[in-house]
Design a protein around this ligand. Sequence first.
Ligand code: HEC
Length: 114
Amino acid sequence: MCGWKNGIYIVLALMLFVFSVYTSVTLAEPLSDRQTRLMLNNCVQCHTKPILGAPLIGDQKAWQKVFKKGEELVLKNVVQGIGSMPPLGYCSTCDEADFRALIKTMSGLPAADQ
Ligand code: HEC
């Protein structure tokens, strides 16, 4: 009886382990708490509203198009502003590493496609 139940837990633990390895390999680095706050206070305000024309959070197709420009140009556009997006996306306390992490997270794309 007991052996059967333990077996289930071992299988569950294995599945969890495999899943955590899989997600850490394929997804972008998770944001720090600070970066999550920066995103919620700034980027989210526009990048969730289709009417503004910003690539929407998690809209992988839209972000794939953006990433075709190359990471450096995209970063420059964010810093200088592009179209109706203000310079720095309003985030005056974001540094370069923050922007790179925020952009990757917003895209929702696996690391290989970024
Ligand atoms: C005031 C609204 C607004 C805010 C705030 C904002 N964005 Fe944007 N963002 C836009 C719009 C609109 C576009 C589309 C611009 C275009 O292509 O004309 C855009 C485009 C982008 C792009 C694509 C640039 C490119 O080269 O095509 C990136 C990357 C981006 N935003 C990142 C961010 C990040 C990171 C934040 C938060 C720090 C942020 N945005 C905050 C409105 C905003």
